[in-house]
Design a binder for this molecule. Structure first.
Ligand SMILES: CC(C)(COP(=O)(O)OP(=O)(O)OC[C@H]1O[C@@H](n2cnc3c(N)ncnc32)[C@H](O)[C@@H]1OP(=O)(O)O)[C@@H](O)C(=O)NCCC(=O)NCCS
Length: 165
């Protein structure tokens, strides 16, 4: 029997910051996610944005950021208290092993635990990004039916999921 990897998510801190900055995805995948060298400092500088590390056995393998102001995700307001999830990626060396799905599960648990007033999570995903679309659908996210045109690589689906479905 294969042992389930220990996947956790934690707010970025000084002890893991350097190891996070060497993570990345393939050139084609940069159509869908920004480089961590830009997105990490940006999240650190933005009020309401929290940079998060994905750890496997304590070592960074991925990144995302939580946006307190969900309006910034899809340029619209949400009826229920909603947090935005952005810049989610798993480093190339660790993709295709089920770790993205585990990390997304850990991210939802973290939101439920540390932000109990939040009811929904919103994200956008490029129409061409079949891997991420499948990942998010499998995790219970659903397209709202809107298309967001603010990205640099073409239209994106807006997807929502209740924190506690
Ligand atoms: C999308 C991403 C996070 C998936 O991470 P991952 O660890 O490789 O995903 P997992 O191994 O956990 O796979 C979870 C599900 O995603 C889907 N998936 C993953 N890779 C896929 C691929 N290359 N093609 C199609 N579906 C894929 C599958 O549905 C898979 O479920 P399955 O194992 O039952 O088939 C990763 O490919 C990535 O970082 N991509 C670049 C950045 C990006 O696009 N981020 C999303 C921005 S919105």
């Amino acid at each position: 029997m294969t042992e389930r990897p220990d996947i956790r998510v934690v707010p970025v801190n000084a002890s893991i910051r350097a190891a996070l900055l060497v993570l990345g995805v393939s050139e084609e995948q940069y159509d869908f996610v920004g480089r961590i060298g830009a997105s990490l400092p940006d999240a650190e500088a933005c009020h309401g944005s929290e940079p998060m590390a994905i750890l496997r056995d304590g070592e960074p393998i991925g990144f995302y950021r939580l946006e307190q102001h969900a309006t910034s995700i899809a340029d619209r307001a949400f009826e229920r208290p909603t947090v935005g999830l952005r810049s989610f990626f798993i480093d190339t060396r660790w993709q295709g092993q089920g770790l993205g799905a585990l990390a997304l599960g850990a991210a939802m648990e973290d939101i439920a635990r540390r932000r109990p007033s939040v009811q929904d999570v919103v994200l956008t995903v490029n129409l061409r990004n079949t891997a991420a679309l499948a990942l998010y659908r499998r995790a219970g996210f659903r397209e709202t039916g809107e298309l967001y045109h603010g990205g640099r690589s073409g239209p994106q689906h807006v997807m929502l999921r209740a924190v506690s479905p």
